[in-house]
Write a new protein. Structure first.
Length: 140
């Protein structure tokens, strides 16, 4: 799935191999979700406070996900924060921003299958364990 996203982003914006970029992009998205103050709920609250509540609500709900542009992502999370995270993961900031904009709605959707943010996920898994179990769906 991430390879498809990278392909839609213009062949990974001309950097590196797709497999490594997929892994890096997944790690970046996982870090954004798990390390955000307040976890998934805190991340969603940040999108809501940036005027993207309708989009964030659509990712949690069981209906269609509204898209997120890289500009909206940068506005909500800060382009400096995205650039710093991208550098830690070894990918360029433009790829990080575009990839996260495509990936965050999908990840949030998968983490909220019942239309709400759960404190404990399926089988009592914490957020990190849930993301680990989702990784194969996105990087295969």
């Amino acid at each position: 799935m991430l390879d498809q996203i990278l392909g839609q982003l213009g062949g990974g914006l001309g950097t590196g191999n797709t497999g490594a970029q997929s892994e890096s992009l997944w790690n970046l998205a996982s870090n954004v979700v798990t390390n955000h103050p307040g976890g998934l709920g805190g991340l969603l609250a940040q999108f809501q406070s940036a005027g993207l509540g309708q989009q964030a609500d659509s990712w949690v709900s069981t209906g269609q996900n509204m898209p997120l542009s890289s500009d909206q992502l940068s506005s909500a999370l800060g382009s400096g924060n995205i650039a710093a995270l991208a550098q830690k993961c070894g990918i360029n900031p433009q790829l990080a921003s575009a990839g996260l904009a495509a990936l965050i709605p999908l990840v949030v959707d998968r983490l909220t299958p019942h239309g709400r943010v759960e404190q404990t996920h399926a089988g009592g898994m914490d957020l990190g364990a849930m993301l680990s179990s989702l990784k194969s769906q996105f990087t295969a």
